[in-house]
Every structure is written in C-alpha cells, then in structure tokens.
Ligand binder design. Structure first.
Ligand code: M6R
Length: 608
C-alpha cells in the first residue's frame, strides 16, 4: 500500500527521502511526493505516476534542507493525481503531513472544518488531519497531535513537519506500521524496514496510540497520555544486498532462484535427521495434548499455503482444521474454544484483515501461532507463538519464496505436532524429517530443469485470454496458487478448480486450445486426476501436466509434461509450485508486463 519515509540529520534530505522511497517502490503505488524544510519554509514536490516523474521535479536538493518526509501513495480516497498525492497541508501550509491508512470519519470532519472556514485542496481523507491539527494547535504541537488523533476514526501512520519547529518530525500510529531508524546524529522514520536498509540496522517500533518526536540527536516516544516512555531497540537481520536485484532482470526471478536457500534458512536449527526442534514456539505440552481444532487465517498467497497446511495437518495429525480468508473470517461468528489454536500466516505481517482476524480470535481466548517473514511486524508482535519464515526480504509483489517457506513451515509444524500428539512413530518422525532436509536440493534441481520447457509453454499462455488450473487434494491449493501467480502478473484470467469439480460447470468452458495446467503430484489420487486430465484432453484443451518422475504413462495422454523429482508425496507441493511460478513469470515477460509491480496491487495490504 502506501509507503512513508522521513529523515532528520545533517545530510541533504531530498536525496535520502527519494532513495528511501525507491526502496519502497516495490510495494506498489500510483503517485509520490516529498516535503523538505530548509529552515525557512517547507517545500513540497509531488507527482502522479512513477518515482522517476517525481525525480524530475526535485530541483537543487530542495535548497539543501536536512529534514523531510516522503510518501508513495496507493489511492483510496480520490483518484491518483498530482493534487491528491501526499504530502498534504492545512490552509496556512504550516503543517505538512504524509499518512498511511484510512480515516473513516473524514467526511464528517471535513464538513465541520469547511463550515469553520477551512479550504481543502484535495479529495483525500488525509488532508483533514492537517486542517484538524491547525484547528487544535494552541501552541503545543504534541498536544494538538494527540487531540487530533482522538478525533480520527480508522487507521493511520502519519508523519508531520511543522513550519514553526523546523528541527523535528512528529509521528503517530494506529493500526498501520511505523518504525524509527536510529543513526549517529541522524534519525529515520519509515513504514517499512527496507526504506532505511543500508543506513542503519537499529530501530524502534512505534506501537498503536504512541507518538514520537524525532530530532537528529534525540527520539522521544510518548504514550497515549503523553508520558515519555522508554523503547527497546530492535536490530535488523537483513543485509542490504538481499534487497538488490543482483543481476536478475526482475526481483521475482531472483526470488524464485533464492528458494533453495530460503528453505535452508527456514529449516536450519529446526529440522534435523533426528526430528524437529520448535522450542522457540514455547507451546505448552498439555495444551498440545488437549488441542483438537486449528483455525488457519490468511489472505491471497498466504491463504493458499493455509489450504495446503490444512491437508497436511489432517493427514498427519488427524485434527479438525478450518481455514478461511481473513477478510471473511473476521466478520463470521466462528465458535472458538479455549483449547483451539489459531494460525495466522502473513509474509508482511501487516495485512489488515489478517491482523483483525487474529485480534478477534485472541479476544475469544484462542492461542495465536504466527508464521511471518517480518520480524517486528504488527502480526508478529501480537503472536503468542512465533515462527519466523526467514525467506529474506521479498520485493516482488507476487510472493514466491515467502509462499514456499509458508508451506514448508506447515510441513515442519505438522510433523512436529504429529509426533507430539503420538500420531506417528519415532521411526516415521525421523524419516519425515530426513525427507524434509532433502527438499532444497530438489528445489534447485527443478529450477534448473524446468526453465527451457516452461519458456516454450509460456508462448501459448501469452497469447491466451484465459487459463485453467486443476488438481486434487494438496494439488488443488497448488493449482490455486499457480492461477493467482499467472493472473496477478500477466493479467490473464485464470481460474483454479478441484479437478473433480470441473464437470459440475466449468467443463462447459473447455474447448479446443484452452490452456489447462493439471497438477498431479499427489500419488494416492493420481489415477483420479488422470481421469479429469483425460476429460479436458478429450475436449481438445491444451494441457500441461506437472507430475512426478516415474509417471511416464502420462505422455500417452498429453503433449506437455513437466516432471518434478520423485519425492514423498506429502512434500511434493514444494517442488510442484516452482514450474507454476516460472510459467507465470515467463508469460508476463513475453507480455512485457510490469512483473515486480503489477497494476493495482501492493505488497503489503494495510487497509481493509
Ligand atoms: O503479507 P501477506 O502474506 O499477509 O499478504 C497477503 C496477500 O496480500 C499476498 O499474498 C498477495 O496475494 C500476493 N500479491 C500474492 O502474490
């Protein structure tokens, strides 16, 4: 969604802010802007479009000012335009603000302020905050900010420059992330860690209903009563190079290739030939014994990992497992017992619906286990039990390596739980753990082997208007993920179906040349999937099958077969997803799409 950066120090702020925004570029946006205070006045530059459009407008380092704030916008209120871009200011232009989130009661506030004589320049919800600050300011800006925050309904992460106090940035947050980077005689603020990766490794996390005053040599944090509070310093464990393209044409391709190492990092210290070590989760043995229902909540790609996790947990642990997309779950009257475990899965750790569902479940007394890639994120901090995914920074909007680590996290957790609940023998436990350790090498093999064939297949997809993905059991959520990857980066309509469900409707759409990808790596149900493949083949669909080596008979039925290494069927998904990711990538490449920043999408969805 939107991105925030801020800097105060001795260097020229304009280029630091621009570079910070550049590092957040991957999150998706439609306009951007920066404001710099040169000691005399606050200069604002903002533009609709890409960051390069903004760059052309930044002249003379904006008078060399050493304090400023910046923003990339993903439009919610008011279309993308120069005027609606952030920063926004009040009538006198002495409060300049950037904001992430949504102010739900902005219309009422705006009407009230217009009656009092305020003039609005934009259609945004954000602008009301600047005018409200002006209205509330009796000489103490921090108090004015607190009063303003109390009048806002909705979510916000905001940073503010005040013309009267040119040496500081004010900040406040509620339900939208803000972190403060700590330097030597300079400090940073941002919505996301990558914004200052490379500048500093130490940061504070601003919590909901806290306020910050950031100067170059001091950061003061206040609670909701404006009492000053001490903050714990956190350390970033990502290297700046991890967020570079390193010679790949796109981040997505780089991230696909990073998957073997991402899985190795996830398994290090957790998986060995003797079993699984998940002491870090601090799960109580008695609770695990009583546990008989798990709820898994997530959105998008993370939800697809959740569906696969459900099958794994049912298979290995014989538990009741409910999965739902978080935007639905949060509004359902789901019965949650105190011995239920809720697993929230999120790459960013900031997805608003997932966070709200987690909170709802927590209020009902559930214990919360979180799988996330982002240390210090809101979802990570609300977890009772936390498994970090360790995929490293994922820059491409289309998730690949974080998704793979989510499904491997479910593998790890399922084996662990199955053994804890005495559902598998010690021998099976060791065998499953040993099979898991082999995955990274096999993933390397499939990335190596499948590229050329997939590039050829991509030509067919690039000229198609729609595509179908089918599979049964764990192959079905993989098909869903394959379809999502294709649609989000190549803009080709693609749908996933449980293979057995086709004949209940969608088969009507299958005719000569329609592309169908069948995932058929689940061996115990292979024959059934094969029948469905035959059904679409009989209607002259253009079928590509992803299958394990050893099932060569498939070549008698279809022309296009992608083999993955023969592996324990429980873990075959970790391999089968790779060709689907590559198919989406090469199709989008042929269509010349903006692969890392697909239209209308954002990396971190912090609004409802
Ligand atoms: O950060 P999260 O994992 O919570 O994000 C959830 C979805 O927004 C995300 O997976 C989205 O579907 C991706 N664009 C998929 O590639």
């Amino acid at each position: 969604m939107c991105g925030i950066v801020g800097y105060v120090g001795n260097k020229k702020a304009a280029s630091i802010l621009y570079n910070g925004l550049k590092r957040l570029e991957y999150r998706g946006y439609d306009s951007s802007g920066i404001a710099v205070n040169d000691g005399l006045h606050i200069d604002v530059v903002k533009r609709k479009g890409k960051l390069k459009d903004l760059k052309n407008e930044i002249k003379n380092d904006m008078n060399g000012g050493t304090i400023g704030i910046g923003h990339t916008r993903w439009a919610t209120h008011g279309q993308p335009s120069d005027i609606n871009s952030h920063p926004h200011s009040n009538c006198k232009d002495n409060f300049v603000i950037v904001h992430n989130g949504i102010i739900e009661n902005f219309r009422q506030i705006k009407d009230h302020l217009i009656k009092k004589g305020h003039h609005f320049k934009s259609e945004t919800d954000t602008e009301v905050i600047a005018h409200l600050l002006e209205e509330n300011n009796q000489g103490n800006i921090l108090q004015a900010l607190k009063k303003t925050a109390e009048q806002l309904k909705g979510s916000y992460a905001m940073t503010i420059l005040a013309a009267d106090e040119p040496n500081r940035i004010y900040a406040a947050r509620k339900d939208s992330p803000l972190i403060i980077g700590l330097g030597e005689n300079e400090n940073y603020i941002a919505s996301d860690i990558p914004a200052f990766l490379g500048e500093t490794r130490d940061f504070y996390i601003l919590e909901d209903n806290e306020f910050a005053v950031i100067k170059k040599d001091k950061v003061d944090i206040y609670n909701n009563n404006l009492e000053q509070i001490d903050k714990k310093t956190h350390r970033i464990d990502w290297d700046p190079e991890m967020a570079e393209k390193q010679g790949y044409e796109h981040y997505m391709l780089k991230e696909i290739h990073e998957q073997p190492d991402a899985v190795r990092r996830l398994m290090a210290h957790r998986v060995s030939q003797t079993g699984i070590n998940l002491e870090e989760l601090k799960l109580d043995q008695d609770f695990l014994k009583r546990l008989n229902k798990i709820h898994i909540i997530a959105c998008g790609t993370a939800y697809h990992s959740a569906l696969l996790g459900k099958y794994m947990l049912e298979d290995l642990v014989d538990l009741k497992v409910e999965t739902d997309v978080a935007s639905e779950y949060r509004y359902r009257k789901v019965p949650i017992e105190k011995d239920d475990l809720v697993i929230a899965v999120s790459q960013s750790g900031e997805t608003s619906d997932t966070l709200a569902s987690l909170r709802m479940a927590k209020e009902k007394g559930a214990q919360i286990l979180v799988f996330t890639n982002t240390r210090g994120s809101s979802i990570a901090r609300e977890a009772d039990h936390l498994m970090l995914l360790k995929a490293g920074p994922e820059i491409s909007v289309a998730s690949t390596k974080a998704y793979l680590n989510m499904i491997v996290a479910f593998y790890i957790f399922s084996i662990f739980l199955a053994y804890q609940k005495a559902k598998i023998s010690l021998e099976e436990y060791k065998k499953l753990s040993t099979d898991l350790i082999k995955l990274p090498e096999l993933i390397e093999e499939i990335i190596e082997d499948s590229g050329e064939l997939i590039k050829k297949r991509a030509k067919k997809y690039a000229e198609s208007k729609s595509a179908f993905f089918i599979g049964r059991h764990t192959d079905y959520p993989l098909a869903m993920e394959g379809a999502l990857k294709l649609k989000e980066i190549s803009y080709i309509h693609s749908e996933a179906y449980p293979a057995g469900e086709l004949k209940h409707g969608a088969l009507a759409l299958i005719e000569k040349g329609v592309p169908v990808v069948a995932v058929a790596v689940r061996k115990d149900i292979f024959e059934k999937t094969l029948s469905n493949i035959t059904e679409v083949e009989a209607r002259q669909a253009d079928v590509t099958v992803v299958v394990c080596k050893g099932a060569q008979e498939i070549e008698d039925i279809v022309d296009h077969v992608i083999y993955i290494p023969d592996v324990n069927q429980l873990f075959a998904g970790a391999l089968a997803i790779i060709p689907l990711q590559l198919l989406a990538y090469y199709t989008a490449l042929l269509k010349d799409c903006d692969i890392d920043q697909p239209r209308n999408l954002a990396k971190s969805v912090t609004v409802e």
